[in-house]
Design a protein around this ligand. Sequence first.
Ligand code: GAP
Length: 453
Amino acid sequence: MNKPTDTTMENIISLAKRRGFVYQGSEIYGGLAGTWDYGPLGVTLRNNVKRLWWKMFVEDREDMFGVDAAILMNANVWKASGHVDTFADPLVEDVKTKKRYRADHILEDAGIDPKGLTVSDMDRLIKDKGIKSPDRNPLGEVKQFNMMFKTHIGAAEDEASVSYLRPETAGGIFMNFKNVVDSFHPKLPFGLAQIGKAFRNEIAPGNFIFRLRELEQMEIEYFVKPQTWEKHFEEFRTLMHSWTDMIGLSEARVHELEIADADRAHYSKRTIDFEFDYPFGRKELYGLAYRTDFDLTAHTKASGTDLSYYDEETKERLVPHVIEPSFGVDRTILAILADAYTEDELGGEKRVYLKLSKNIAPVRVAVFPLLKNKPALVEKAREVYSMLRKEMPGVVFDDNGNIGKRYRRQDEIGTPACVTIDFDTLENETVTLRDRDTGQQTRVKITEIVDFL
Ligand code: GAP
């Protein structure tokens, strides 16, 4: 019987490292805060997630167009989008240690809900209530801290050479709106989708891969006629739940949060956050925003290029409005690991396993010869392995250690099924197929393994 476990972040981080999902970035130099590296199984899990997302939101639809824009963009993109002026978090400094904190986090820790508070509200509250830093020192003035990473393009380091690492992939999508309209003449509504890295100089990165400085997003800007925005917002709201379901997240751990006017990003008229119950509490997983015509209008004004759309049906020109579902890849991986981590007892022994959905498991099936030192078994197992590899991705061969150890290893990385070749296989072309969750073994014909899986 599976028992629900109170998974801790330590459990997840330790398994992720031990089994090659996620390693600390630049670890031998003491790491670099807010960066993590994905190992062989992590990268496969990520790729499976991204492939599934692309299939569901782009390939399986006629109204979606994929783009892959450059990370470095003309600085004017971020001036026009409002990010240079407003993409900031409230920062407060410990006057003694000079350590910097998010003022809203400091207030939260003091039991005060920071939602809707301005920077000056936070400053006043910290002063009035005498709130101290985690090191029990006085705090300085609360200031806005811009989170974009600034860099210089080329050899000269002056104002003219300033560029930013993109803080959201959306900017690159808006830059390609006109290109795609001119090349493909899509009818409204239609969307542009992109998967790619984004960078944020977070004041307080942490909670493993939850709050990163280098992250990856899967985003859609869906262009609609202004009067239809609510309908499309609802469509994506439903689709986002279908997505969390498809990747196997427990429905009970995914929640919606309507974001109040004062807390929404500067470009949004309505936002729903999709939150997840992580081991450290309920926090944002994804966002769904109604960005109105904010971006296309702002870029038209700043660039002098008309980004309006000519509607052939109504013979009218309009600036489309935008619905934006935004999915963080890294938070998806964290939610998947947290939800899948399970401890139970099997055959009288404690075990840890990842209850990953077949859709995304990095290894879908492992093939074993019962004994490593019997050439006939190894040869047959290799034959079955080669046959399965032609049929599906994520097939591995394993003859290390005894069979019990191999099962444990595959359980820990979430492999849904293991196929064992034994002496009966040589007689009657059948194998044992073991189910990860129940540990149950079923005898099936080699020719039926694929259907069974
Ligand atoms: N284009 C809209 C946008 O970027 P956001 O709510 O700032 O909106 C979208 O970010 C998603 O990106 C979040 O829901 C989350 O999944 C992910 N994300 C944002 N900041 C992150 C960070 N510092 N580390 C990891 N993921 C992050």
